[in-house]
Structure formats: C-alpha cells, structure tokens
Unconditional design. Sequence first.
Lengths: 239, 341
Amino acid sequence: MIILALDSSGQTASAAIVENEIVRAEYTTDYKKTHSETLLPMLDEITGRVGISKNEIAAVAISAGPGSFTGLRIGSATAKGIAMALDIPVVEVPTLEVLAFSLWGNDAVVCPIMDARRDQVYNALFRFEGDQMVRLTKDRALGIDELAEELNGLQKRVVFCGDGIIPYREKLEELLLVEHLYAPAHLARQRAASCGVLGMRYFREGKAVPAAEHVPVYLRKSQAEREREKKMLLKGDRA
Amino acid sequence: MMKEYTDILAIETSCDETAAAVVRDGHEVLSNIIYTQIAEHTVYGGVVPEIASRRHIEKINYVIEAALNEAKMTLQDVDAVAVTYGPGLVGALLVGVAEAKALAWAAGKPLVGVNHIEGHIAANYIEHPELKPPYLGLIVSGGHTHLIIVKDYAEFEILGRTVDDAAGEAYDKVARAIGLGYPGGPKIDRVAKEGDPYAISFPKAKVNGSEYDFSFSGLKSAVLNYLNHARMAGEEVPKADLAASFQKAVVDVLCEHTIAAAKQYGIREIAMAGGVSANSALRAGMADAAAKAGCTLYVPSPVYCTDNAAMIGAAAYYEYRKGVRSGWDLNAVPGLRLGKR
C-alpha cells in the first residue's frame, strides 16, 4: 500500500512516497518559497524515480495546517486534485504533529513552534509513550511569553523544533527556566516523510476524509474578518 | 480510434467565482458550474482576497465534480485540463492552478494555462461560432479595460487600455459613494434606468495624446467632487440622475473609442466581453453605435460575460490546437499581460 505525502505549510516544500513500513522516496527543499512551481515537479520526479504506478496509491497524506495560508492551500489543492483524479481519500495530518513526529522517542516534552507573525507562534505540546505520540495540548496560536510561562510550569525538559526557533530563540533563552534543547537542522523542519508515516498510521486507523471535504486548518481568521469583528465589538460597546 | 471531438475541462478561480466547465471544440458548453461568493464579500464592500481563496479550496472539488457529472463524463474522458493562471488575485489563482496541475498529473492529461482576459474574449465563440478573427475586441470588467484587435485565435494587438481604474472599478467606487453598495455595476445600471443621463455633464474618460487609452479615475473624481459640492450646499443628490449621467460618460467613451478604431483599421466586426459588458446601457449604446457605423456587434449572454470557466475552456481549445502545453511548474501570474505567457 502506497501513500503520497505533501507538506508546503512553511518554508520547506516536501514530497514523499511511503510504502507500508518503508519511505521509498522523499524530496525536500528549503531555499525560497516557490511551492507552486516546485511541489508537483518534485512529486513527479520521485514517483518517476521509484517507478510506482498511480493506481497503487491508496491515499494522499497532507500536512493540513496551521502554516502559511497560501502555502497550505497549494498543498491542499494538490492533494485534493490528485485524490479526486485517482478516486482515493485524503489523510489530514496536523502540521505540528508532522514536526513533532520527527523527534520520535524523545523523552522530553516535544514543542514545535512555527513563526505565526504578529508576535505569536503556532504550537502544540507532545510527548512519546512507547510507540505512541501523545498530544498534550490542542493546536493554538500564542505569544512566546505565554508559551515560556506554560513550559516553566511543567518543570520538564523541553525540546524545540520548527521554523519559530530562529526568530524566537533569543527570547526563549531569556524566559525559560527549564532545561531545553533545539532540534538539529535535519529534524527541525517539516518533512513529508514524517507526514507520510503518520498518515499511514491514520489511514490504517480509518482516519481519512473524502478529497472534496478536505480544507486546511488555519487557526486564524482572515485579517478582514478580524478587523470587521473588532469594529462590530466597538460599536457594541458604544451602544 | 480517433476521437471526433476535443473536450476540455476548464477551471477558473481568479477572483471570487469558483468555476469549472467542460467545453467541446471551443464552443459547445457541455457544463458550466459557477459557485459565486459575491454575497459574502458584499459586507466588506469588495472582494477580500483571503476569504476568496478560502472559499475556493472549500468548493473546488465539488464544482469540478458537478461540471464532469453534468457533462456525463469522467476525468478520463477529457482531452486536456485548462486553468486560468492570470491575471487575478494571486492567492485565488493558486488554488485553481495547483488543483488543475494535480488533476492533470494524476489523470495523465495535458495541461493548458489560460490568460483570463483571453478567456473573456473567447466567451464570444460559445454562442457565435460564426465569429472569426480578425475582429475588434473590447474587454470591460472589474479589473480590466482593453481595446484590442484579435488578429487570430489567441493572437492579439492591444490598441488601448485603462491607464488607471478599470471601468468596473469606477462603477464600484461611484456606487459606494452614493450608497448603493457592492457590486456597483448592476446596481448603478438598475438605478440609472430611472434617471436622466443628460442631467449632469461629466468629463470624458480619455487620455490626452493616446487615442485609444482610457482613464476612469478622473471621471470617478468628478462624480465624487459633484457629491461633495452638493452635500456642502445642503442639496439633495439626485441619485438616479447621477447614476445615469455617470453611466453615460462611461458608455460614451467606450463606444467612441471602439467605433473610431473600427473605422481606422477597417474592421467591421466588434466583440465585447467581460463583466461590464453585461451592463444594459453599454449593450444598448454599443449596439446603436455599431449599427450606425455599419458594424456587426457580438456580445455574450450575461452568464458568459461575468467570470466563468466555459470561456476558459473556449480559449484553451485554440491554445491546445496550437500545441500549447503547460508544465508541472506552472505558476499563478497575477499581473499576466494579454498575449504574453
């Protein structure tokens, strides 16, 4: 059974082919954001390279957010198109799980942070129990101060991954009272192989959705909606 | 066995319409599905790009499936997948482009990227297969105002374009200023029917020194100035008269430029296209002007004037026949120019 996996939620563009317990191929780039130009050619390259036929593909696993709004939609539309053409389902893998799963087996609290702009990170906390990755929080957008406070309260060793490390490392050093580490480069960012291996697990557990129904999880409303709600609230205050 | 027909599945997501269609041989529309988001954007007074992009990704598979179902086809039955890759809102375009590429890749079909403006022009082939290049084309929409010579299928010479606002943009801005709301085109058109087009004299939307270019920003400012003066003087603004007079100024310049170009280049066939060509005053004005000049006017039905995918399928057919194929690296080009790839 073959699953294709895609991640274009952040700076990296990544495509992978997972066949049962084996990652047949993975192609990851992290140089500039031209996911629209690179993602499908990368997938085309690796499927050709390992010679799979399209009718062997059982599902498309997609890193389903949070992340860059546009990046997420490029990945989602690619997944939806392939799945529709092949009449197969989509497996949605939360991006923060994709990131955390690269640190499989770690006994620290696994803390992926993605730069969410506006002084926030997208984050969730995980730990590993045997073979299982256990989620400790839901996906959320929060300030780095708030996150540091929460981690200090846990009083456990923490390991960070994600593209939020670069902009927030200095701040974390200032705020953190608990022992902590930063994942090395090859484990620090989104990888489609991680998405595909998790996707394979979820697919076997029956967690797949029809291609038409899949939409990315943004965790945030559009700026226009936020501003409109703020205006309505202000009006409400005055009334 | 050779197939007798060329069937193209076309996808269009350049603005606030999620659309898919199956078109046979560039003119026979086997299906034309449009999911419009206008109501949702109305509260913001215009299209919000991020909201438009979110709706596209939610609706796109349903719209494509409906287009194939209505055409009684599967993806395997179509000869190519076509998609609008510009001009338009980049985030919105990217949804259609990524989806179309993935469909074509997975189904093993050729991919044809289509220019949205070229699609508007090709909308005329759907109902008027007798229309053949060369002819004069006028594309007027919310984002575009172009006067062109269509030299051959998919070959264009641009005579004039707007140097600032598109005609449809001027409609939206004026409609907002007189409290009619979004979208401005149909709303002004309706109110103008009750008004006197000669009540107020507005300046012509011309550009000094360039014969066929348009400038709607000056006209829009003249309307806003008129409103300000009236308000300061405490006079009530005759909305219907203002709408009718503004509309006349727009229609007059579009007709004058088009007819002047027809005469200069000796072309007797004129095709109008784009969302604003659904406007009743423009249709009537251009029909009159064309008849007086001895020209034949072609205009699509309103459903093919506003954004749709059938027109993309029509344009794609001629590109496909010319051998145009897009690669898996096709990207959205928000500022794509007519006649450029």
